[in-house]
Design a protein around this ligand. Sequence first.
Ligand SMILES: NC(=O)c1ccc[n+]([C@@H]2O[C@H](COP(=O)([O-])OP(=O)(O)OC[C@H]3O[C@@H](n4cnc5c(N)ncnc54)[C@H](OP(=O)(O)O)[C@@H]3O)[C@@H](O)[C@H]2O)c1
Length: 312
Amino acid sequence: MGKSKVLVVGGTGYLGRRLVKASLAQGHETYILHRPEIGVDIDKVQMLLSFKQQGALLVEGSFNDHQSLVDAVKLVDVVICAISGVHIRSHQILLQLKLVDAIKEAGNVKRFLPSEFGTDPARMGDAMEPGRVTFDDKMVVRKAIRDAGIPFTYVSANCFAGYMVGGLCQPGKILPSRDKVVLFGDGNQKSIFLDEDDIAAYTIKTINDPRTLNKTVYLRPPENILSQRQVIEIWEKLIGKVLEKSIISEEEYLASMKGQSYEEQVGLTHYYHVYFDGCLTNFEIGPEGEEASKLYPEVRYTRVDEYLRRYL
Ligand SMILES: NC(=O)c1ccc[n+]([C@@H]2O[C@H](COP(=O)([O-])OP(=O)(O)OC[C@H]3O[C@@H](n4cnc5c(N)ncnc54)[C@H](OP(=O)(O)O)[C@@H]3O)[C@@H](O)[C@H]2O)c1
């Protein structure tokens, strides 16, 4: 596959910084939007400078300045947006409508990858409040992309391992416990776990692949399709100890959501759909989609046991 000029928007973010690294590693001319609003955020500025040292090009632009976005977008063939979309951190998905306007006006972009990287929002029409806002907002952005006639790829990345594997699939935890663990029901619902660097590597593979044009690419590395119980068993093997297990039923879980903050409830809704409904694995990929590990077997993805070794 040839090389592209790539603009990463949200390049200092949790996923965005990995997209920048993967784009550089795969040899693309990589631009990062440098927003003046980051001001004196020393960590972000230092990260941008370090990316510059690694060969990235910084381009100034602001969501408050349409022309600056148009000018930034005109420099490249591919735009990847990784703007925030996790409520407990920040949720700015609809800001992308401004980016869509800029891409439409610039008229040169061959592929746009909006900030998706989770559950396929097109399959979440029946999702619960308040968490459905994430899917609804991503669908608003999809509609704007289609209305503007912009070529796209949507990446459905399933579960970021740092959130889900790290906490043994328990909400509010990102480190694996060594004594007890709470199971969602019988703990047997299958989910899909991705090392965030692998998400970035697969994403960059798609950007100029004709097979992924105007499609959703689902990341389903086969050995990482596991139930919560299986993730716990892997951890138990690594630490040589069986954890004490308790179960939270669907009814108890839904009741426990009440009284939490709005931001927490959004996240808890997402956990509900993954671990009680099986929303990541209860469908076959149709003609509108492709599966990344089949398209790119050369990517050696991180297995869940390798990921968990980091916590030993
Ligand atoms: N599947 C999963 O398990 C999972 C988990 C987490 C996230 N996700 C998805 O991944 C995507 C990226 O999430 P993330 O957690 O990586 O995001 P993040 O680190 O919270 O934020 C990413 C970037 O968004 C930009 N940003 C934040 N607020 C902004 C504002 N007001 N105006 C303009 N830019 C702003 C910033 O980029 P700059 O300052 O560099 O411009 C920030 O670094 C989202 O779509 C999210 O839903 C999925």
